[in-house]
Design a protein around this ligand. Structure first.
Ligand code: ZN
Ligand code: ZN
Length: 551
């Protein structure tokens, strides 16, 4: 039978392949498209970009065929872009209750009314149809509650997506990865597996969440005064343990940071965080509380500009000043790229006489939520797929994960990055023609920052800006008024004297131009201004020239 007649499935990666973050892919067959996850990533530079999300143009072009969006878990790199997705596409959204609860929160922030969106809670162990696909979420352990793998029946056979997972046998929420179900799915036959590649370089995931809990318990019990634990707000597993530690050590929890407040609130609302109501005190009560009776949880593990941790480090926090003898535990990893900022924050804390515990001094204060290499191998062995495509990683991670799958005897493996679809039919899997893909930058304020505007903004930061304004007489022979103003330009910035000397140069360049057209005058002003600024600063800042003529 010719290959063209066998049903064809396409995997279309739009985010998360070739990068860490912004996870989003689609499964496409003739009669429908299923989208899996819809996440954001962090900006790579500091030009006022709030978040980055995948370019959804391919989905928009195919919007009439989209059957739905399925979310694996509530991390931002999987749900953060849902409001932006909904700007372009109308589709029902399935996911764990926890993820949907956080989506509701995001929708409210974007002024999208809840009843306008079709949210359908789908706990692990249920099966439901999304257009022509049947989806079964399977419970996996991760650094958040209610994380799931997805077992999806397609025209080409069963496709499994691990989601973000680890094989911790005793996660604090008591719900380990559903090994028996995964094995049963493997027995039935898996056509294609997508698996989390994040920690391919880590042979064994060091420690477990419970071991982190034991380390935190010891450090908190020993602490003589106030304790601050800096942690990722979404790590509900760790929140569960911290709550127990606070009760065991007789401390009250105080949350510093908006995101922590949201995550604690949502987890309690859906019954995933059993903190007694008197365990938490508001930040306004901190000053009335004995220092050895408080356990502060603070956001800003990466030293983010306006975060609680950054403010504590710079002693600018409104409600809490750290003192010598206080304890700070950095219970997180440092995301690559943030090392210098975080290191500076640590040094600021040390200057205050704080007892600082980090992964360097106490490796047990944090562990990753992602499977190490041995767990990734175990997953492949349980599912024994015919084909394997690694996801959730840079090209380096994906390549190494594919090598692991080959070494375990998976017959077909393929590494692709965002924008390169994989076609699956009876003959095998292969690369397909590229689809439109990329990244969209969202500026603070919520609007798209187009590449040209982003470049201009970066230029302003890099070179500064000079504005030259001139008013000429009606015959354009006399300069009636002139002003040069600079921002961010050395020797000119807020220096009226230096700016006036540039003004003089411009005026003198106009002396021989009497009666010339306004355009010619403007060109000459621009030329003279550039030359004078370059002479006095050695720079070519962004330049605006406004020449007005008297009527
Ligand atoms: Zn995750
Ligand atoms: Zn993730």
């Amino acid at each position: 039978m010719p290959a063209a007649s066998s049903p064809r499935l396409r995997f279309v990666p739009l985010g998360g392949l070739g990068e860490i973050g912004a996870n989003c892919f689609a499964l496409e067959q003739d009669d429908g498209i299923l989208v899996v996850d819809c996440g954001t990533s962090f900006p790579q530079n500091d030009i006022g970009i709030d978040v980055v999300h995948p370019d959804f143009r391919w989905l928009e072009q195919n919007r009439h065929r989209i059957s739905g969006l399925v979310l694996t878990h509530a991390h931002e790199d999987h749900i953060g872009a849902v409001p932006y997705f909904l700007r372009a596409i109308e589709a029902p959204i399935w996911g764990p209750a926890h993820a949907l609860e956080l989506v509701k929160h995001r929708l409210a922030e974007h002024d999208i009314r809840e009843h306008e969106v079709d949210l359908r809670p789908a706990p692990s162990g249920t099966r439901y149809a999304v257009g022509p696909f049947t989806v079964e979420p399977v419970r996996v352990a991760h650094s958040i509650v209610e994380a799931s793998a997805l077992c999806i029946d397609t025209c080409a056979g069963t496709v499994v997506h691990t989601g973000d997972f680890n094989l911790d046998p005793e996660p604090p929420d008591g719900e380990p990865t559903d090994v028996e179900r995964l094995k049963a799915i493997g027995e039935r036959g898996v056509r294609l597996l997508f698996s989390d590649s994040t920690n391919i370089d880590v042979p064994e995931r060091p420690g477990s969440e419970r071991a982190v809990g034991e380390t935190l318990h010891r450090l908190i019990a020993e602490a003589p005064k106030c304790v601050v634990v800096a942690m990722f707000a979404s790590n509900v597993q760790r929140l569960l343990m911290v709550g127990k530690i606070a009760q065991a050590t007789g401390r009250k929890i105080c949350l510093l940071g908006r995101s922590l407040g949201v995550h604690v609130d949502v987890a309690r609302r859906i019954g995933r965080l059993d903190w007694p109501s008197n365990l938490v005190i508001g930040a306004e009560h901190l000053e009335n509380q004995r220092r050895d009776k408080v356990l502060v949880l603070a956001g800003g593990t990466q030293g983010e500009g306006v975060s609680a941790m950054r403010r504590l480090a710079s002693q600018t926090h409104q409600q809490l000043r750290l003192e010598a003898g206080d304890t700070v535990i950095h219970s997180a990893r440092v995301i690559p790229g943030n090392e210098r900022v975080v290191h500076d924050m640590f040094c600021d804390l040390l200057r205050q006489g704080v007892r600082l515990h980090t992964r360097h001094s106490d490796p047990g204060v944090h562990t990753s939520g992602h499977a190490g290499r041995s767990e990734q191998a175990q997953m492949i062995e349980w599912l024994r797929p015919r084909a394997f495509v690694p996801v959730h990683g840079t090209l380096h991670h994906l390549r190494r994960h594919a090598e692991l799958a080959r070494s375990l005897g998976v017959p077909e493996t393929l590494v692709v990055e965002n924008g390169t679809p994989v076609a699956v039919d009876a003959d095998g899997i292969r690369r397909d023609a590229a689809v439109v893909h990329g990244k969209v930058n969202i500026a603070y304020g919520g609007e798209v920052l187009e590449p040209e505007t982003a470049k201009r903004r970066a230029d302003l930061g890099r070179y500064g800006v000079v504005v030259v304004s001139l008013v000429l007489s009606s015959n354009r022979r006399v300069v009636l008024a002139s002003k040069v103003e600079a921002r961010g330009v050395p020797t000119l910035d807020e220096q009226p004297g230096a700016c006036r000397s540039v003004e003089r140069e411009i005026r003198s360049s106009l002396e021989h131009l009497g009666g010339a057209s306004l355009e010619l005058v403007e060109t000459e002003v621009r030329r003279a201004a550039r030359r004078a600024i370059l002479e006095s600063t050695g720079l070519r800042p962004v330049l605006f020239v406004h020449v007005l003529s008297e009527q």
